[in-house]
Design a protein around this ligand. Structure first.
Ligand code: SF4
Length: 231
C-alpha cells in the first residue's frame, strides 16, 4: 500500500483551518461559536474551518455537505457532535471503518480505518446551504484531498451536494467526459475506468433518519457494499 506524504497532508489541514475565503461562512461559524447552544455553554467551540478526518492512506473517501453548526463547528472534527454523526459513526463502527461507535470529544480516541471523511464545504453554512461561490471556493481542498490519497478506490457520497462536487471534480480532471446519466439516488453506484467508484446514500440528517427515509439497515448496507468493493 502506498503512503501519502504526511507533511503535505498536514499542510493541507492547516491551510483549511486557516482559510478565510468565504466571509459569510466565516462570520456565521464565529457567531455560532460565540452564541453557543445552551446545552453546550461550557464548550469552547471550534468555530473555524474543519479539516479532513481519517486515514489519508485509506481506500475509501466519504464526502458530506459541510460541518454542522453545533456539531463539528463545535468539536472541530468532521461529522462529530451531532445526531448525524451519531448515526454515521454507529454505521462506520459496525462495518469496521471506525474504532468505536461514538465520539463527541476530540480526545475520545475515535479513529477511522481505511477511510477519510471530507466535505464539499469545510465551514458550516446557514441553513446547511452553501452558495455556488462558496462551493467553488472550497473545491480546491477536495481536489487536493483526492491528490493526497494514493490508495483511493471509492467514494461514498453523503447526499446530493457531496455527489455533485465529486462528479464536478471528475469532469474537471477529465476522468469522465459527461455527467449525463449520473444522477443522485440512494444506493446508486457508478463505476468508472479511470476514477474511484461513487456510491450514493441519503445524508444521515435528522430529516432523513427521523422520518425513516434513511434507516440504519439501509445505511449499513451502503457501507457493507462499499467495503465489499475494495480490493
Ligand atoms: S468553506 Fe472552504 S473555502 Fe470557504 S472559508 Fe471555509 S474552508 Fe475556506
Amino acid at each position: 500500500m502506498n503512503q501519502t506524504d504526511p507533511i503535505l497532508w498536514l499542510q493541507l489541514q492547516e491551510q483549511i483551518v486557516a482559510c478565510e475565503r468565504c466571509p459569510r461562512l466565516r462570520a456565521y461559524c464565529a457567531e455560532i461559536a460565540r452564541i453557543k447552544r445552551a446545552a453546550y455553554r461550557d464548550w469552547e467551540y471550534w468555530g473555524k474551518p474543519v479539516p479532513n478526518f481519517g486515514d489519508p492512506n485509506g481506500r475509501l473517501m466519504l464526502v458530506g455537505l459541510a460541518p454542522g453548526a453545533h456539531g463539528s463547528n463545535r468539536t472541530g472534527r468532521m461529522f462529530t457532535g451531532d445526531r448525524s454523526g451519531v448515526f454515521l459513526f454507529r454505521a462506520l463502527y459496525e462495518t469496521g471503518f471506525a474504532s468505536q461507535p461514538e465520539g463527541d470529544r476530540p480526545d475520545d480516541g475515535l479513529r477511522l480505518h481505511d477511510l477519510c471523511i471530507t466535505a464539499t464545504n469545510h465551514c458550516a453554512p446557514p441553513d446547511n446551504m452553501p452558495n455556488a461561490d462558496e462551493i467553488a471556493n472550497c473545491s480546491e481542498y477536495l481536489v487536493r484531498t483526492f491528490a493526497l490519497m494514493p490508495n483511493l478506490q471509492g467514494v461514498v457520497a453523503l447526499g446530493k451536494i457531496g455527489f455533485d462536487s465529486v462528479v464536478r471534480f471528475y469532469l474537471e480532471q477529465g476522468w469522465i467526459e459527461t455527467k449525463r446519466g449520473l444522477k443522485f439516488a440512494h444506493g446508486a453506484l457508478y463505476t468508472f475506468e479511470r476514477a474511484p467508484f461513487i456510491l450514493c446514500t441519503y445524508h444521515p440528517s435528522q430529516q432523513n433518519t427521523f422520518t425513516g427515509r434513511l434507516t440504519m439497515e439501509m445505511f449499513l448496507a451502503i457501507f457493507r457494499q462499499a467495503a465489499g468493493m475494495l480490493r
